[in-house]
Design a protein around this ligand. Structure first.
Ligand code: CTP
Length: 403
């Protein structure tokens, strides 16, 4: 495979030396495109000898072969590691000021970036915005990892390990297009049930897992609709996914009912409130009207997924989620089994949650059971990894004719 490795000016460039070695050892044709700044950390001869290909930073070398776009056009995969805050900003803006910039603009191959910078820079709103722009454009992001940074401070900002970056990047290109032609509806996030014009009852779901499932399904060729209930600000759906916002359980239910009939697969990853307010106050509730205590009357919401199962058409696969507070794996499996049978779904993905588990985390662990409650898969890792594991289970279920 023709792999372009962009290297930008950060100390983590020394780790990219092993990344290039890993790719070359695996038999890939590796072309390193450093920025001028990157060469202050690791010199050109190192990149040339490791990649066994000529290396330049300039758009003015080898003009006859139109090198400034040629590399991007030829690439099957582009990895930028380390990706500095400056490079990410340039990518978001589409700047073409050096060979890496032109290569990135000329490519239609998957692009993977491995950010590396100090925590403050990573958390700066400008970087957050740029990452959002890049993610929307379908750029895949690996890391950054949490750990000790140069200068001794620590936090998120360390470039991920070369093995991890290479595995994530190759998995993208080698991903099966096994959902090509299928239409998939995914719900994500958490509903909010209004109490009065300024308050609501909500839950801690960020929408990260559902959005990862939507992205993974798009990567595998599906037509994806995401019904999104209050995603966290940093959780951005992929540009290839059609997004419909739904705020309350009632809105989410109506939207799912409207979009699901035509779908081949429906995945209910949203955390839906089981209850909403019996009556929503017209004006803001005032403390002086409820001295000492306030009692809210809640009424049960309808079970959306149960309705979808009831109206499921032949060949449609319905998947539910269950976030459970449990004391161990066995209890999680038992809860998953009981809930899958009770709901009548084809698959159910259960994960353990708690005060410090499951929600804001980037990683997740899923136990996936079929409609009889038998465990068909377990998966742990990034929410992208677990998303693909769930889609593997969906594909397997459809092949075996369950769904
Ligand atoms: N769900 C739904 N409609 C609801 C509540 C939940 O469709 N009103 C879906 C969720 O999206 C999820 C699955 O049902 O896919 C399981 O949600 P959960 O809240 O765990 O299920 P409950 O039936 O409410 O069970 P529990 O008694 O554990 O709350």
């Amino acid at each position: 495979m023709f792999v372009v490795v962009g290297v930008t000016g950060g100390i983590a460039a020394y780790k990219t030396v092993s990344l290039v070695r890993l790719l070359v050892k695996a038999g890939h044709d590796v072309h390193v495109v450093p920025t001028d700044d990157a060469l202050r950390f690791v010199g050109l001869p190192t990149w040339e000898s490791l990649s066994r290909n000529p290396v330049t930073t300039s758009v003015h070398d080898d003009v006859a072969s139109v090198r400034h776009v040629g590399l991007g056009q030829a690439a099957d995969l582009v990895i930028v590691a380390p990706a500095t805050a400056n490079t990410l900003a340039a990518m978001a803006a589409g700047l073409a000021s050096d060979l890496l910039g032109t290569t990135l603009l000329a490519t239609t191959a998957p692009v993977v970036v491995a950010p590396a910078m100090h925590t403050e820079m990573w958390r700066h709103p400008a970087t957050t915005h740029n990452m959002g722009v890049l993610r929307d454009r379908g750029v895949h992001v690996v890391g950054p990892a949490d750990g000790v940074l140069t200068g001794g401070d620590s936090g998120p900002g360390r470039m991920s390990e070369p093995e991890e970056i290479v595995a994530a990047a190759l998995a993208l290109v080698e991903r099966p297009r096994d959902l090509q032609g299928l239409s998939i509806v995914v719900s994500a996030g958490g509903t909010r049930e209004p109490i009065d014009p300024v308050r609501y009852l909500g839950n801690r779901s960020s929408g990260r897992q559902g959005v990862a499932i939507a992205r993974a399904a798009a990567d595998r060729g599906a037509d994806v609709t995401l019904v999104a209930a209050h995603l966290d600000a940093d959780v951005r759906p992929d540009a290839r996914v059609e997004v419909i916002a739904a705020g309350t359980a009632e809105e989410l239910g109506r939207t799912m009912d409207a979009v699901s009939p035509g779908a081949d697969v429906v995945i209910m990853a949203a955390a839906v409130a089981d209850y909403s307010l019996a009556s929503i106050a017209e004006g803001k509730l005032r403390k002086q009207d409820f001295p000492g205590a306030l009692t809210l009357e809640l009424v049960e919401n309808r079970d959306i997924v149960a309705g979808l199962v009831e109206r499921r058409r032949p060949g449609q696969t319905v998947v539910a989620f269950a976030a459970e507070t449990v004391t161990g794996d066995e209890e999680l499996r038992e809860r998953a089994r009981a809930k899958a049978i009770r709901k009548g779904v084809d698959l159910l993905a259960a994960n353990a949650v708690g005060w410090t588990q499951g929600f804001e985390a980037v990683d997740n662990a899923l136990t996936i059971v079929d409609g009889d409650g038998e465990v068909v898969a377990t998966a742990s890792g990034s929410k992208d990894d677990t998303a693909h594991a769930l889609l593997d289970a969906v594909v397997a279920a459809r092949l075996s004719g369950i769904g």
